[in-house]
Design a protein around this ligand. Structure first.
Ligand code: FAD
Length: 379
């Protein structure tokens, strides 16, 4: 049974075809090997107008649904979650600007984002603010010249690419603690006083993740997103879209891992037969496909609820938990099925496996998702 409408299926098929014929698996693999941001593919996808999908019509976008967007993320992540990250981190902040930005910010940033001329990154985490995301220490203060930022941010994905504006969570009220007194600033990555260093991480090698040192960097007064002190509200809103999108992308990458492992199992001959003939391998593949199908359904449920504006924090956490754990499990099993061959970049599975390992950490760990789900079950 297919739960997608004809239009949704057509959109999904289009994204798949573009990835297969115009972006290609070889390109995604090479960006990972070279640790090179996928500029060419980003430009191509911007030219096709896909960055407009979620932006409301009144802001010049297509006004698509979160479900349409989830289908796109699923397809973009087919040859590796990292590749889809380049587009996803940019869209999350663009949507925050649509929702919380001033008219001036919407006019300054959104057309340039949709044209692919500027990108966005989101910088919440710090050395002492991981799962405890509101433990922000980076300080911002209003001065006559603008907002002055001092501190250190960590794991800011995509921030070292060309023309990036970072949505940076800062503490603007030093007396306030945790969720209060936080302000999101829009910080161009070439701002004087910023030092952005790409980290040599195991996963996310192409889009890259970074640490950022801010030493009195100043951004204009007009670059506060929402009101000073609104930071946590904006970040919470951001996290819902982020978790739906990444969950859909985990499913897309996990499906490719199962497809690759199945093909390999049919082709690899040992003891005069394909290894697919061994029941242990067939059953592994059956479990892998079942897990991916179940993850996809739970992700579609969250995306559909969010599209209809139904509160769905619990369903979003379930989707994030299940899709990330599924990507990790199926890629680990994929490594086993591909045997020694799995260790080589050409086999792609080691890249999918590395992405699987980070998927249960980034965007809120599995432990945090379980905590949120359990909280919603309290009597
Ligand atoms: C590849 C990658 C890209 C990232 N990109 C970005 C980005 O673009 N922007 C950004 O702001 N951040 C980004 N992050 C950061 C990410 O959000 C954090 O890594 C994540 O929130 C976990 O924080 P931590 O790594 O400090 O782990 P910690 O919070 O230190 O957790 C360590 C362990 O303790 C567990 N733990 C912590 N608290 C609890 C608790 N209350 N109950 C139970 N267990 C707990 C965790 O589940 C985990 O297993 C990225 C991370 C990765 C790996």
């Amino acid at each position: 049974m297919n739960f997608l409408t004809d239009e949704q299926q057509m959109w999904k098929d289009t994204v798949d075809r573009v990835m297969q014929e115009e972006v290609t698996c070889e390109y995604v693999r090479q960006c990972d090997i070279d640790r090179k941001y996928p500029y060419e593919a980003y430009d191509k996808i911007a030219k096709m107008g896909w960055l407009r999908l979620l932006v409301p019509e009144e802001n010049g976008g297509d006004g698509g649904t979160i479900f349409d967007y989830a289908l796109m993320c699923e397809g973009l992540a087919r040859y590796g979650f990292d590749f889809a990250t380049a587009f996803m981190v940019s869209t999350f902040t663009a949507m925050n600007i649509c929702k919380f930005g001033t008219k001036d910010q919407q006019e300054r940033f959104l057309p340039a984002f949709m044209a692919g001329e500027i990108r966005f990154s989101i910088s919440i985490s710090e050395p002492s603010a991981g799962s405890d995301a509101a433990n922000t220490k980076t300080r911002s203060e209003e001065t006559p010249e603008g907002w002055k930022i001092t501190g250190q941010k960590l794991w800011c994905s995509g921030a070292a690419a060309r023309n990036v504006v970072i949505a940076m969570l800062t503490r603007s009220d030093k007396e306030a603690t945790k969720h209060k007194g936080l302000t999101v600033l829009l910080v161009p990555n070439d701002t004087k006083g910023l030092d952005i260093r790409k980290l040599p991480t195991m996963a996310r090698r192409a889009t890259g993740t970074t640490e950022i040192f801010a030493d009195g960097a100043i951004v204009p007064h007009a670059n506060v997103l929402g009101q000073p002190g609104d930071g946590w509200k904006i970040i919470t809103d951001h996290l819902e879209l982020e978790r739906i999108a990444v969950s859909a992308a985990y499913v897309g990458n996990a499906q490719q891992a199962v497809t690759d492992a199945t093909r390999y199992a049919h082709e690899r001959i040992q003891f005069d037969k394909s290894i697919f003939e061994f029941q242990v391998i067939r059953h592994m593949l059956a479990d892998m496909q079942t897990a991916v199908d179940a993850a996809r359904l739970i992700v579609y449920r969250a995306a559909e609820m969010a599209s209809r504006g139904i509160p769905c924090q619990r369903e979003v956490s379930m989707a994030k938990l299940m899709a990330s754990e599924t990507l990790q499990t199926v890629t680990r099993n994929g490594m086993q099925i591909l045997g020694g061959h799995s260790m080589l970049p050409e086999a792609d599975m080691e890249r999918y496996f590395r992405e699987g390992m980070q998927s249960t950490i980034g965007g809120g760990t599995s432990q945090i998702q379980r905590t949120l789900i359990a909280k919603s079950m309290s009597l």
